[in-house]
Ligand binder design. Structure first.
Ligand SMILES: [Ca+2]
Ligand SMILES: [Ca+2]
Length: 365
């Protein structure tokens, strides 16, 4: 019992913190809940968003009346029943084969009254009441647009018109995202003050279930470590030597970029970034030095290479050769292969950087 009470206290705390919905099926008396599913959808102008209305933990439900409101300047309902005057929502399995005295969407209001066919009896449990598809109007400004279930309008009734209690309502939300035009960020490296020429490569994925990427782009950091990578238009296959993650993007309503950071003799880093802002800032990242042989880990093989070249040097200025981000002012002299920090010498600093990062491995595919 102590554990149960501990769990309940935790649940109450989470509800107070707003982390759990106000009702959850299966805990104590059933609490009937009406909600939009998914509660958040992302759609750009011209795209559609389909939201289902679910009832949870219904007990003896025979009739439902509801009104929901939305912004008609942004959202336009798509007609699910062309044979009937006006614009209708789809009727879900809960009321399939029943009576639907009211079913109209328009001018920012969704009104639905549905009753089960008496011979089918009442409905208990969890099911889909209806589904509505909205199209985002062309020119709709970026923002979040709720589909609000009006509590005062809501009536759930049992077979004899007995009112049923509704414990919770969850609105739907259609998000019109800003079009991401670029990625930005700040990438530094250890043991140097010249943060230029780190390559930032982004592979762009559409929202939704696993699909191939749309296109890709690459930028190089400037000497301060800053970069701005414009999102390309159109579609372009990723080059075969650019390895992609096995898994698709994380779930969620956003489009995604898979970003990888590379520089010779450094561990590569990879990140999934949601494209949810006009300019998505990937933040500050420090590349760890010491992967001399480029196998993705910093270990004894790299230390051995540094020791083998220890003491080698070339007069400064020199460049670390890196084809994806060539030096803006090419110089003839090339840094020794095991020069981690790019100061044209292989010495104790390079060894120290590699030793401090000993055991680290890249998270890139
Ligand atoms: Ca290595
Ligand atoms: Ca060095």
């Amino acid at each position: 019992m102590k554990d149960l009470w501990g769990w309940r206290n935790l649940a109450v705390s989470l509800v107070l913190l707003g982390l759990l919905p106000m009702s959850w099926p299966g805990l104590g008396a059933s609490a009937t809940n009406l909600r939009f599913q998914p509660s958040l959808l992302q759609a750009r102008p011209g795209e559609t968003a389909r939201l289902e209305i679910w009832v949870d933990a219904a007990v003896d439900l025979a009739r439902l009346e509801l009104t929901a409101s939305y912004d008609p300047q942004v959202l336009e309902a798509v007609d699910a029943d062309p044979g009937r005057e006006g614009v209708q929502v789809e009727i879900g399995p809960v009321f399939e084969g029943g009576y639907v005295p009211q079913n109209q969407v328009g001018d920012g209001t969704l009104r639905l009254v549905a009753q089960r066919f008496p011979a089918d009896g009442s409905f208990s449990g969890q099911g889909i009441v209806a589904a509505v598809t909205f199209r985002v109007r062309e020119g709709a400004p970026p923002g979040s647009y709720p589909i609000h279930l009006d509590p005062a309008s809501l009536r759930l009734m049992g077979p004899e018109g007995r009112p049923l209690e509704v414990a919770g309502l969850t609105d739907g939300l259609v998000r019109v995202p800003p079009l991401t035009t670029a990625l930005s960020g700040w990438i530094t490296r250890e043991g140097t003050a010249d943060y230029g020429r780190t390559s930032v490569t982004a592979i762009f994925y559409p929202a939704g279930p696993v699909q191939p990427p749309l296109n890709w782009a690459r930028a190089c950091t400037d000497p301060h470590g800053d970069f701005l990578l414009p999102v390309p238009d159109g579609e372009e296959a990723t080059p075969p030597d650019l390895s992609r993650p096995d898994e698709g993007p994380p779930s969620g309503p956003h489009e995604w970029a898979f970003v990888r950071l590379d520089f010779p003799n450094h561990g590569s880093e990879c990140y999934w970034m949601p494209l949810d802002e006009e300019v998505v800032n990937i933040g500050w990242h420090v590349l760890e030095g010491g992967d001399i042989n480029g196998d993705g880990c910093i270990n004894i093989l790299d230390i051995v290479r540094i020791i083998a070249e220890f003491g080698q040097s070339t007069p400064a200025p020199c460049v670390v050769p890196y084809a994806p981000c060539p030096a803006p002012d090419p110089v003839e002299r090339v840094a020794p292969p095991s020069d981690v920090n790019g100061d044209c010498r292989v010495n104790i600093f390079d060894l120290t950087i590699a030793a401090e990062n000993f055991g680290l491995c890249s998270n890139c595919p």
